[in-house]
Design a protein around this ligand. Sequence first.
Ligand code: SAH
Ligand code: SF4
Length: 398
Amino acid sequence: MSLAFASPAAQSSSLAGVTRAELARALHQCGVPEREIGMRTGQLWHWIYHRGARNFSDMRNVAKPLLARLAERHTLARPEIVAEQVSADGTRKWLLRFAPAHPGDRGAEVEAVYIPESDRGTLCVSSQVGCTLNCTFCHTGTQPLARNLTAAEIVGQALVARDRLGDFPGGVAPTDGLVPSGEGVRAVSNVVFMGMGEPLYNFDNVRDAIAVLTDGDGLSLSKRRITVSTSGVVPEMPRLGDECGTMLAVSLHATNNPLRDRLVPLNKKYPIETLLQACRDYPGASNARRITFEYVMLKGVNDSPAEAKALVRLLAGLPAKINLIPFNPWPGSPYECSDWEAIERFSDIVFSAGYASPVRTPRGRDILAACGQLKSQTEKLRARARMMLEESLAVGLD
Ligand code: SAH
Ligand code: SF4
């Protein structure tokens, strides 16, 4: 494990992560005449998102006086990296802090996780600080919602990952050989909204962030390589398909309403039938663009062969993929992960029904990969450091 501490930066006025409209507004405020706004926005966009510029002075084809005006008001700062952990399997996890929203605010903290595979690299981003929904198996659900992330803060997570992985032109990849490389292979090729928070309760910012991530003149991610995971916020699902065109993942986790009410309390508002109807109606779903159904394997709770059969029956006729997720326990969690035999039995039934390789291999186990865990671990370390400091002050040491 390695920890990296960066100095807090004035991210509040950072242009790294902003939308085209916000960038145009910033240029306008710097006195750029209306007729030039489009051209200047395009130039800055290219530097920020295609080249990964960290300083305005890098932008060689932009007039110096404008760069000076921009630098007076803005930075290109990324979220601060509070902690970075690298797993033996190449999974990387960052605890990121955003600039305080107001004086006295300590700044919001979220996690982002990077999972490399041979032909792709997936970045798991957070959309909120904490979550208002209290899924009983989820560590984030135990943390109160502090706030929604802005679009820039969501995009900022991708910029940090690309910086750290050497994924911008001229960047240097980590030397551990665990980052995918080669002709046409990008370190960050996929993004999943499966970190902290419920993305569909922060729809506008998630939509704007997706627009920045997929802009062809910048970060250029394919919409088909972006997946938004929801616990089932049915009223926002059509908008996700219509306005973002990304892939959809649904956290199902149970095949009957009484159990799903217990695991995912939002089910009381939008029960399974309503949720599956929204999936049937999801704009753009097809056999080529399947909806992923996530199913966390909880020992003795939802992992029986009868439930595997019920799952297959429930999803019949839907263009679906099934993703069985071994439960990732956290300190004090009220569940255990299913035994490997139970997972195998469950996955055999699902496989025989025609769904391919449905078990998600646990990654980064050595660095506590369940979402929300790095944050609480770091908070514990901080509390311990504070305690030690107070003790040393009490005995007159410095
Ligand atoms: N709020 C959204 C997205 C974030 S959670 C949602 O619920 O879909 C991303 C996925 O991780 C969800 O499928 C969630 O159910 C799952 N998850 C949460 N805690 C987990 C844990 N401790 N072990 C395994 N999966 C977990
Ligand atoms: Fe929130 Fe998703 Fe965790 Fe449920 S599983 S508490 S919706 S982050």
